[in-house]
Write a protein that binds this ligand. Structure first.
Ligand code: TRP
Length: 446
């Protein structure tokens, strides 16, 4: 009799434990526990929400904030481990060169694009003559774009050229309306203005579709169907874990990630892919956008669609230093695409954080530090000549090259680059924007 009583207590305790584990499971994965149905590989445990990062002195990286704890900037190797992506290593670089038949872009050679997901699969397929498409985007939060905003587009243009593939560019005017104190009209106008800067990067109109969410969502039944599929398969709990949403965020924000996910699926663009569901997608983006695509990759197999592959870039540092990225709202933190040669010169001379020593004597004696010097960092983005860059690095480190001289090299690199951009942008007419933004078949072959 007593024995039976002990058994019942044991069973009760075991049942309680199981129930608790089920609750924990749901909290961590956002899904109900089902026996024999393990959670998917990268179901996100909330380890990158803003709250989690603030308290332990780690780098903070999410779609809305980037701040590093060290003056050298974000520790990107740690980020790879934390996000569970893969490093772009020598082997992958060589493969990209072999498959594309081109020397790797200097953004790849210099580790500016440094991390990826499933790039080998994209190359495997391409080698078997199976094409893929590119997807990138821009949140149009103001008319003014700065040089940092060009990085993904410069790189995407290179990918489009070397692989000869279609590109879709999402302008998330809806996102900016939801997050910022802006009207719908303003956001839509910024889409059109920003589209001109994107077009000025040289994209091929026959291979590129740029779309405003505010326009395309309502115009494309297939796009909206994919949005709804994603919405059905991601819980509030999951997006809270990934993006740090709280109960007081508006419901538009909570469902927005499904809208950024949808262009990852070729069936969202029947006019381009003729209803094909299985054209692989490659997304070049800055690493702060990865949370959106972790979610996308998690949900894709559950709605019968392909996971997109990714190439991640580091951030373009603010003039004040690599601890934070450029911000369009602080005019002195960035070089704008509308800046005059004189403004460029003044901003760099006044604000570019220097890794040099305080006096010429000390600098000559001890040399400068290129790891934290913003002018040098900018040159790694924009000075294409490897030998020149290496020589500058040597001379600056040894003290032969002074900070003022280094700044002058940067000024003389950026001034013509931005002037050329302004010239190309002037050539972009409203009709051209209209053409790029019209849903239509694109010209590509399999
Ligand atoms: N959310 C991005 C931003 O605020 C815009 C964006 C939408 C994007 N889709 C994308 C960026 C795909 C990179 C890749 O800028």
């Amino acid at each position: 009799h007593g024995c039976w009583r002990i058994r019942r207590a044991e069973i009760d305790a075991a049942v309680q434990l199981l129930l608790k584990l089920k609750v924990d499971y749901k909290q961590m994965t956002g899904q109900d526990y089902k026996a024999g149905c393990p959670p998917s590989e990268n179901l996100i445990v909330s380890n990158n929400g803003p709250a989690a990062d603030d308290c332990d002195g780690e780098d903070l990286v999410d779609p809305w904030n980037v701040s590093a704890s060290s003056t050298k900037g974000v520790d990107y190797d740690k980020l790879i481990v934390r996000f569970g992506s893969s490093k772009i290593d020598k082997e992958l670089l060589e493969r990209i060169e072999k498959v594309s038949g081109q020397r790797a872009h200097h953004f790849l050679r210099r580790g500016i694009f440094f991390s990826h997901r499933d790039m080998h699969q994209i190359l495997d397929a391409y080698e078997k003559h199976k094409s893929f498409y590119l997807y990138t985007g821009r949140g149009p939060s103001s008319e003014a774009m700065h040089v940092g905003h060009l990085i993904p587009f410069i790189f995407t243009k290179w990918l489009q050229d070397v692989f000869d593939i279609p590109l879709v560019v999402q302008m998330t005017d809806d996102e900016k309306y939801l997050w910022k104190d802006l009207t719908l009209e303003e956001c839509h106008r910024f889409t059109v203005e920003n589209a001109k800067d994107i077009i000025a990067c040289g994209f091929d109109v026959n291979k590129t579709f740029i779309f405003s969410d505010l326009d395309y969502m309502g115009a494309s039944p297939q796009f909206y169907r994919n949005v709804v599929k994603v919405q059905k398969h991601v819980t509030f709990n999951q997006v809270k874990g990934i993006f740090g949403f709280t109960d007081s965020d508006c419901i538009g924000k909570i469902s927005f990630p499904a809208i950024q996910a949808a262009p990852s699926f070729s069936s969202s663009f029947p006019q381009i892919f003729g209803g094909k569901k299985d054209v692989p997608c490659l997304i070049p983006c800055a690493i702060d956008q990865d949370p959106y695509f972790r979610m996308t990759r998690d949900v894709a197999p559950r709605i019968g669609l392909l996971k997109p592959a990714l190439l991640h870039s580091t951030f373009f540092p603010a003039l004040q230093g690599a601890q934070t990225k450029m911000s369009a709202s602080d005019p002195n933190s960035s070089i704008f695409l509308t800046d005059t040669p004189k403004q460029i010169k003044n901003k760099i001379n006044k604000h570019a954080f220097s890794g040099g020593k305080d006096t010429v004597e000390e600098h000559r004696k001890y040399g400068g530090n290129t790891e934290v010097d913003v002018s040098f960092l900018y040159l790694t983005f924009f000075l294409e000549d490897d030998e020149k860059l290496e020589k500058i690095k040597e001379d600056y480190t040894s003290g032969a090259l002074l900070t003022g001289e280094l700044k002058k090299i940067l000024i003389e690199t950026l001034q013509p680059m931005i002037a050329q951009h302004q010239e190309r942008r002037k050539q972009v007419t409203d009709e051209m924007v209209q053409q790029f933004m019209t849903p239509r078949p694109l010209n590509y072959k399999f």
